[in-house]
Design a protein around this ligand. Sequence first.
Ligand SMILES: CC(C)(COP(=O)(O)OP(=O)(O)OC[C@H]1O[C@@H](n2cnc3c(N)ncnc32)[C@H](O)[C@@H]1OP(=O)(O)O)[C@@H](O)C(=O)NCCC(=O)NCCS
Length: 395
Amino acid sequence: MTVDVRVLSREDLPTAWAVLTRAFGEAVHPEDVEVELALADPARFYAAYADDRMVATAGSFAFDMAVPGAVLPVAGVTWVSVLPTYRRRGLLGGLMQRQLADLHAGGTAVAALWASESAIYGRYGYGPASWTVSVTLQRGAPFRTPVPPGRLELVEPDSPALPEIYAQVAARTPGFPARDATWWTYRLHDPAHDRGSASPLQAVLTDGGYALYAVDPVWTDSLPAGVVRVREVIAADAGATARLWRHLLDLDLTGEVQARILATDDPLLMWVLADPRRARARVRDNLWVRLVDLPQALGSRRYACPVDVVIEVSDGPAPWNTGRWRLSGDRAGAQCLPTTDPADLVVRPDDLGAAYLGGTPLRARPVEERTRGALDLASTAFGPLGPAPWCPQVF
Ligand SMILES: CC(C)(COP(=O)(O)OP(=O)(O)OC[C@H]1O[C@@H](n2cnc3c(N)ncnc32)[C@H](O)[C@@H]1OP(=O)(O)O)[C@@H](O)C(=O)NCCC(=O)NCCS
């Protein structure tokens, strides 16, 4: 089998989309294609061809994303697929390698992705960098304290108020991709084939927050048991969180509220619910991060406490990152420079990716500590400066 990897043209994108959907065992829905393809800059997308037939794809979106103390241009890796008849022959490995080299050559410091399965990307230097919680709540779940007063208004999902609130929260929450108009179109896309029996997407707005949701009108034995399917709750403060969730939990004719992607530090779970265990919260990995350019990535974020540490890294897929690096920084800024000094810590590329957003403690990873105390200090420094990192949307 001869395989070659090519950069796509716009004309190739529909074929690549068909390969991707086939690899995921899904159908191509014509109403999705335009929305999905509008996000893709073909110059950032690759396909592997076997005997001139497209059999695998990988690409990345370019967007700004908050990291601790800064907002960086990030590569959002996506459209990763290999046709079932060509899997486990190294095609993914080849695409990842090509993409990484090109991202580095283009000056990208950080790549992030959603993993379809959590066993795939560690070998390419990606680590689980943020975590998310899914909840299922019974209608009427009580709160600890009365809901703070504030406006609550049903609006159209494309109301201009939503992007304003999102941008405000995105700027200070590591892991949030910035959304332009094309990304909002994607986020609000609501095709009938995805809805099942649920209502079209609805939006509720409050001071400092909004929720996007649909209601699936279920009746059991003539009793209303509708399911509220939450797409996104974005709130700038705990008051907005409480108002939005009270709305979602008190909708008539419903029995249950389901939300898949919440922050691990969501006030709903930390304080608002009187009996948070009843949310049946389940934690799973959210964004996976890879440092494409290690010194640029580590020097671009800020650190929760003063840190001055020499890190030794061996990075097979990205040999330009291999070496010893002195990282010095604090809440005001940081720099990461090559050094010949002995290492305090020996760290794998996926450990640094995991710790980068402040959501996975460095001390929870298999880091080798050569200077006593260096791991605890570095782990605290890499920790969160503000809100826990999370990404509210799959890309
Ligand atoms: C996941 C997928 C892209 C892997 O492609 P592939 O070409 O078979 O991967 P490779 O042959 O390059 O495998 C490289 C390594 O990853 C491992 N690997 C690949 N897919 C894996 C998976 N789903 N789970 C665990 N390990 C996996 C391989 O076993 C191999 O390990 P090795 O180097 O130790 O031998 C492909 O199976 C696919 O398209 N799956 C369905 C869609 C999907 O999940 N895409 C990912 C979206 S985030």
